[in-house]
Design a protein around this ligand. Structure first.
Ligand SMILES: NC(=O)c1ccc[n+]([C@@H]2O[C@H](COP(=O)([O-])OP(=O)(O)OC[C@H]3O[C@@H](n4cnc5c(N)ncnc54)[C@H](O)[C@@H]3O)[C@@H](O)[C@H]2O)c1
Ligand SMILES: O=C(O)[C@H](O)COP(=O)(O)O
Length: 415
């Protein structure tokens, strides 16, 4: 019987942007040893070159996996975003090539929520300016524009994992919480959903954004929205830089409508720690500027390293795509004495019956089978007797509308 799997040590894994050592350790423990780990992201040109021979890539928010890069990734099997956001990946381009994308939807949410609550309290007390003056030798002892959090209203835009967690923390210090979300959601504690973004902007003392980057959130906060905010209110953005018109935010700070802001994400961010950060917000002492570190805590990064590498290993070892953000979700218990075939195809009628027909024609008995589809793609996992693995793979490749096929042999096979 022909051995069909590629030795795990030949499976190339590229980890970028300083992904935590926990990911490397986890992959090693699962038998994957061919790992290159870089502390930075790569330019498009470098990525196109480097990704050619890579089976798995791990990135964070900075690496742009656009259509051109994905098209160059001839061997790429799965993408791991070691963060929450997946807007940096062309998810459709990956799907079209049968490449599932995974992320870590929960591991850094607490870190962001804690930071935002701390920033709210710091801004209410005017700490950013007082701190800046003291560093210059000044002494701004004053109660003017210095407030308790108790009884103020926090307005959360996007009540998902981070927004909801922040809501709980905020109520514990006496903030009243209102939130706006495109989906109707049950509030935590006494938090109340409002019917429109405009209502939230008009009622909140502090507005904080926790939406993903999508076409509906792009530039959702501009001059008009900021003009609806209360005189003397505060603004926080730790979501994505493209959600806010930063020039309009600077104008609101100049006009004094906003007493302060805290911004962690920017439309253009430096590619690495050595590059200059350019922003109209640099001139404001009452703005807390942080370098996209909302999720950058030791705890979050260690957990993310384990969570996403686990997902890559599980997919690599048995084809499971549960929690993939772009792919039909399939999990079939492993059958150690069988060969597992993975078949990814365009989601058009008749493919499954064609698969079963070609396998039947070859006299191949199917031990287990599971199909899931999304609008574009169908994903079938099929277990067959070991003696037929290679033959079944050849038969499946002939099925019309096939995007990709693979056979797993006591682990995995890569084309
Ligand atoms: N600064 C950081 O380091 C950092 C860390 C983690 C996450 N993030 C960003 O925060 C975002 C939110 O994270 P999450 O885990 O809470 O995501 P989530 O998906 O759990 O929640 C997002 C919420 O936004 C809502 N939403 C979507 N479009 C909306 C719109 N147009 N108006 C109002 N609400 C809308 C969704 O319904 C959902 O409830 C991530 O997508 C990521 O971009 C940043
Ligand atoms: O999407 C996220 O989880 C955050 O933006 C954090 O991204 P990072 O891993 O690049 O810090």
């Amino acid at each position: 019987m022909a051995k069909t799997s590629l030795d795990k040590s030949k499976i190339r894994i590229l980890l970028l942007e300083g992904i935590h050592q926990s990911a490397v350790d986890n992959l090693h423990n699962a038998g994957y040893t061919n790992i290159e780990r870089l502390s930075t992201s790569l330019t498009e040109e470098d990525l196109v070159e480097k990704i050619r021979d890579v089976h798995f890539i791990g990135i964070r928010s900075r690496t742009q996996l656009n259509e051109r890069v994905i098209a160059a990734a001839e061997k790429l099997t799965a993408i791991g975003c070691f963060c929450i956001g997946t807007n940096q990946v062309d998810l459709d381009a990956a799907l079209e090539r049968g490449i599932p994308v995974f992320n870590a939807p929960y591991s850094n949410t607490r870190s962001v929520a804690e930071l935002v609550l701390a920033e709210s309290i710091m801004m209410l007390r005017g700490i950013p300016e007082k701190n800046a003056r003291a560093h210059e030798g000044g002494w701004l002892k004053s109660a003017s524009n210095s407030f308790e959090a108790r009884g103020k209203t926090l307005g959360i835009v996007g009540y998902g994992s981070i927004g909801a967690q922040l809501s709980v923390l905020a109520e514990s210090v006496g903030l009243n919480v209102i939130y706006y979300d495109v989906v109707t959601k049950l509030g935590m504690g006494n938090a109340r959903q409002v019917g429109s973004l405009e209502e939230l902007l008009a009622r909140a003392d502090i507005v904080t954004l926790h939406v993903p980057e999508t076409p509906s959130t792009r530039w959702m906060i501009g001059r008009e929205q900021l003009s609806l905010m209360k005189q003397g209110s505060y603004f926080i953005n730790a979501s994505r830089g493209t959600v806010v018109d930063i020039e309009a935010l600077a104008e609101s700070l100049d006009s004094g409508r906003l007493l302060g802001a805290a911004v962690d994400v920017f439309p253009v961010e430096p590619k690495g720690n050595g590059e200059e950060f350019v922003s109209p917000l640099r001139r404001f002492d009452n703005v807390i500027i942080t370098p996209h570190i909302g999720g950058s805590t030791v705890e979050a990064q260690e957990n993310i390293g384990v969570e996403v590498s686990d997902k890559l290993v599980t997919f690599s070892d048995n084809g499971t795509t549960i929690t993939s953000v772009n792919f039909p979700e399939v999990a079939l218990p492993s059958h150690p004495d069988k060969h597992r075939l993975l078949h990814i195809h365009r989601n058009v009628p008749g493919v499954l019956s064609e698969i079963n027909r070609v396998l039947g024609n070859e006299g191949i008995n199917i031990s287990a089978q599971y199909l899931q589809t999304n609008e574009q793609v169908g994903y079938v996992v099929i277990d067959v007797d070991k003696a037929y693995g290679q033959q079944a793979l050849h038969a499946l490749r002939e099925v019309e509308h096939t995007l990709r096929t693979r056979v797993l042999y006591s682990g995995i096979d890569y084309d």
